[in-house]
Structures are given as C-alpha cells and as structure tokens.
Design a protein around this ligand. Structure first.
Ligand code: ATP
Length: 235
C-alpha cells in the first residue's frame, strides 16, 4: 500500500547538485534509516521527498509519483515532514501547534488530538502553554504529534535525536516505533545516531556525498563491524 520507491533521484540547490541518483525502497509500514556523515545530503533527500526542493528521477508512494508536486499537495497526500530543528511555532500554544498539523481537513480533529495524547501523555497538561516553554524533548514530541495530525502515510523524520539527552531520545524512538506499528505508517528517519536508528529500522541506507554507498537490513549493517567502522564511525 504505502511502499516508497525512490529511483535515480537527483536534487540540489540552484546549480549545486547534492543528490546524484539516489535509489532505495522502504516497504509498506516499514522504517528505513538513512545514515551518513554531515553534508552527505540526508536533509536534502528528505526535502526532495516532501517537495521542498525540486528533484529529478522518481519518488513513488503506493505507485503514485510524488516528484513535481508542491509541499502542500504532498501534505494532502499524506507526506509529513518533521524537519531538523523541529519547526514548531514557538509563540503558539501546544494545542494550536497540534491543530495546525490538521490544516488539510476539518473533521475528526478532536479525536486525533486524543490519539496524539495517547502517544505523548506529557503534552496533555501543557496544552495551553506556549510551545517555546517546552523542553527540547517535549518540543520534538510536539513536532512529531503535529505531523501525526496529518494522518500521514509517509513520515519523514530529520535527526529527531538532535540535542536531546540519551534517555529522552530512547523514549522518542520507542514512540516512533509504536506509531509505525500501530498506524502502519511508512517512516524514513535520518539520523546521526546510527545505533539508535538501526535499533528501530528494518532497512538502512548509507548516504555519502549524495550517493547511496551501502544498503542492507538494519541487522546486517549493525552486525558488520567493518561497515560500522568505515561508514558509521563506531564499533
Ligand atoms: P547535516 O547532517 O550536516 O545536516 P546532511 O547530510 O543532512 O548533513 P545536507 O544538509 O542535505 O546534508 O547538505 C548537503 C549539501 O548541500 C551540503 O554541501 C550543504 O552545504 C548543501 N546545502 C544544504 N542546504 C543548502 C541550501 N539551502 N542552499 C545551498 N546549498 C545547501
């Protein structure tokens, strides 16, 4: 149903090409991890998938081409992007931020809010608080909650662990896994923390200077010591 198939994707900024023919697949309801060093093009890849940068090639979700559509059209088709730095509106309240996530429709919003509090009970007592007053972890949860209000078929997460304490990060990844399992949402997660991402993903793809240099099951990549050393910088 919501299989993501990326083929020969080229993208960049003006004349600067960043992605040079990226191809990978994330199975329906699976989590695909995109790993790789700074500047490899991971953020650009997510931006191309959500229509924020233009791309050439093909990006199909459930067989339907996404490339060439605006971010707004893609949001309506169920592509939710949680950018690095989270993109929450700091002066707005938690509840206002969540409701904004459902801007593409009018019905079922209150029921969806309840669904979000189920995943993130910590947000419920803070509904009337400004998003800017939340801790970093709570802000990341809010950003994820806002994306869920879209009822996404494809959830794009850019560095969710950035700046968060290890305990908070582990909790966040547990929730991402729960969302993926309960809603069958296909997820693409970009992460510097390869160990964490490999813990929740089925497949992983290593991006280097705009090209996928390695793809495999998360278990295989985690188990392969040489891969871990040469591509991911840890043993
Ligand atoms: P990081 O983890 O540091 O964010 P990344 O793998 O996500 O790295 P990108 O942010 O996609 O990498 O950047 C890839 C390349 O594109 C870099 O060389 C970067 O300088 C360039 N780049 C990123 N954003 C822009 C932009 N808005 N305009 C021009 N070049 C950009």
């Amino acid at each position: 149903m919501n299989e993501l198939v990326v083929s020969e994707l080229h993208a960049g900024y003006g004349g600067a090409q960043v992605l040079h023919g990226v191809s990978f697949t994330v199975g329906e309801g699976e989590i695909g991890a995109i790993l790789g060093p700074n500047g490899a093009g991971k953020t650009t890849l997510l931006r191309a998938l959500s229509g924020m940068v233009k791309g050439r090639g093909s990006v199909r979700l459930d067989g339907v081409e996404l490339l060439g559509s605006s971010p707004d059209t893609l949001a309506r088709r169920g592509v939710a992007h949680v950018p690095e730095g989270r993109g929450t509106f700091m002066p707005l309240t938690v509840e206002e931020n969540l409701r904004l996530g459902a801007y593409v429709r009018r019905s079922g919003v209150d029921a969806d809010l309840d669904r979000i509090y189920g995943y993130f009970p910590a947000l419920k007592p803070r509904l009337k608080q400004a998003a800017g007053s939340l801790s970093g972890g709570e802000q990341q949860m809010l950003a994820l909650g806002r994306a869920l209000m879209l009822r996404p078929r494809l959830l794009l997460l850019d560095e969710p662990s950035l700046g968060l304490a290890p305990l908070v990060t582990r909790e966040l990844f547990r929730i991402v896994r729960a969302i993926n399992e309960q809603e069958r949402t296909t997820v693409v997660v970009v992460e510097q923390n390869a160990h964490l991402a490999l813990g929740i993903a089925q497949q992983a793809h290593v991006l280097e200077t705009g090209r996928i240099v390695l793809s495999g099951t998360a278990a295989r990549i985690r188990a392969d010591e040489q891969v871990a050393q040469s591509y991911l910088g840890y043993r």
